[in-house]
Ligand binder design. Structure first.
Ligand code: SAM
Length: 264
């Protein structure tokens, strides 16, 4: 079977095929989720070597902090935060492919990050840390999703949001289509992308530029406290030269720490 998962960055028109495939996205992640988690937990996965250490570093001491992880995968990262002292924490993922171990202070809910208003268990709650770790691209209306998340931030809370460096996709498309980096980076046409997690499932993506991302944050009433582009440590470069070669070609991810502007 060959599935298409919709992932986008700009608000979707209700009649666009992209939005019409919204239901397929959840369905496809039901299949893709175990493959993703298998890849993520490999000794040399970039999530283990680069991404999670950088994300964890920005989160700092989570003792006594409540965390909402949107698109939490199997809940493994959030479980680690709860074991490190986070409390009253909730993970939401459309796949429902969750770890079976129960931890006090941790709740994992199957739900859609595009419909946060109607996720059971979130009504009226606030969190000190809200995470979108490689999941924000699945929001049907990114500004609205961020606005709702902003409304769930406790005083002095922040949002940690990561996205794949968009130049990577532009480079891949330029090589595939025989076009240039600039043509692909500034293209607005959706494209299909087969992830390394399962070559039978393609992701349909809408291209985004760095400006698009910044403008979405701004429109949602958020400002960027810091932005990071994490890289392999010296030690990891020596141990996993194939991963350094991958990073040299694909650049990695962008990490944003976002705070709400005061006011509505
Ligand atoms: C690339 S994985 C990232 C998982 C995890 N955040 C991590 O950093 O390892 C993307 C996750 O987003 C979830 N996802 C996709 N669409 C979603 C939606 N509409 N609502 C909630 N979760 C969604 C997928 O099921 C998957 O677990």
């Amino acid at each position: 079977m060959f599935c298409v998962v919709a992932a986008s960055d700009g608000p979707q028109h209700p009649t666009s095929p992209h939005r019409a495939r919204g239901a397929d996205s959840g369905q496809a992640w039901l299949e893709l989720a175990p493959d993703y988690e298998r890849a993520r937990t490999k000794e040399d996965s970039l999530d283990r070597l680069v991404e999670w250490p950088a994300q964890r570093d920005i989160l700092g001491d989570v003792t006594g902090r409540s965390v909402l992880d949107l698109g939490c995968g199997n809940g493994g990262k959030l479980s680690e935060l709860v074991r490190d002292g986070a409390t009253d924490s909730v993970g939401v993922d459309i796949s429902g492919n969750f770890l079976s171990a129960q931890l006090p202070g941790l709740e994992l809910i199957q739900g859609d990050l595009s419909e946060l208003d109607s996720v059971p268990g979130l009504a009226g709650r606030t969190f000190e840390r809200i995470l979108f770790l490689q999941s924000f691209g699945y929001a049907k209306d990114p500004v609205r999703t961020l606005q709702v998340a902003r409304g769930m931030l406790a005083d002095d809370g922040f949002i940690l949001l990561t996205r794949t460096q968009p130049i990577r996709y532009a480079l891949e498309r330029a090589a595939k289509n025989g076009t240039s980096l600039g043509e692909e980076y500034f293209s607005t046409a959706q494209f299909s992308y087969v992830s390394g997690w399962n070559d039978e499932i393609a992701l349909t993506k809408r291209p985004y530029t760095i400006s698009d991302l910044i403008n979405v944050f701004s429109a949602a009433g958020l400002w960027i406290e810091s932005a990071t582009e994490p890289q392999l440590s010296e030690d990891a470069r020596r141990r996993y030269p194939h991963k350094q070669a991958w990073m040299n070609k694909n650049l990695g991810i962008l990490i944003f720490k976002l705070r709400p502007h005061p006011g509505p």
